[in-house]
Ligand binder design. Structure first.
Ligand SMILES: [Zn+2]
Length: 135
């Protein structure tokens, strides 16, 4: 017998809340496999878990050590993109996004963001700094 599964039908799924394989109602199908199921015991909806697979491979606490990629553009990349000559940094100057800045303390940096025309976020070689401008 090959009873096709579909939403609304009952299926045996492992329930993380009940910690047992129990009857669940299929809510969402993904191809021929149940995707979301609702536990008839605790009434919780969760992702379908094949009971046989759960028993076979003990659910190990997954440690996702995602290396947090910095979203900030690297300094060298930013510098390489700039085609204009470096401007001496002064709070009185006004800078635009993409401007190259020559800062007396931090050295060369590139304006990453212009915040409300009074502050700029600048990428320096070792740091990201918020500076005032347009004073
Ligand atoms: Zn349950």
């Amino acid at each position: 017998m090959s009873e096709s599964l579909s939403a609304g039908k009952e299926v045996l799924s492992y329930c993380n809340s009940c910690k047992a394989s129990l009857a669940h109602i299929i809510e969402v199908m993904k191809g021929n496999v149940p995707h979301k199921v609702k536990c008839k015991t605790c009434k919780k909806t969760h992702v379908y878990k094949d009971p046989s697979k759960v028993n076979a491979t003990k659910t190990r606490a997954r440690r996702t050590t995602k290396k947090s990629k910095s979203t900030v553009l690297s300094w060298s990349e930013a510098i390489a993109k700039v085609k204009t000559p470096a401007k001496k940094y002064s709070p009185k100057e006004t800078f635009l996004e993409g401007d190259l800045i020559d800062h007396p303390t931090f050295g060369k940096g590139v304006v990453e963001k212009n915040l409300d025309n009074t502050k700029i976020v600048v990428i320096f070689e070792n740091d990201l700094k918020t500076l005032v401008h347009g004073r």
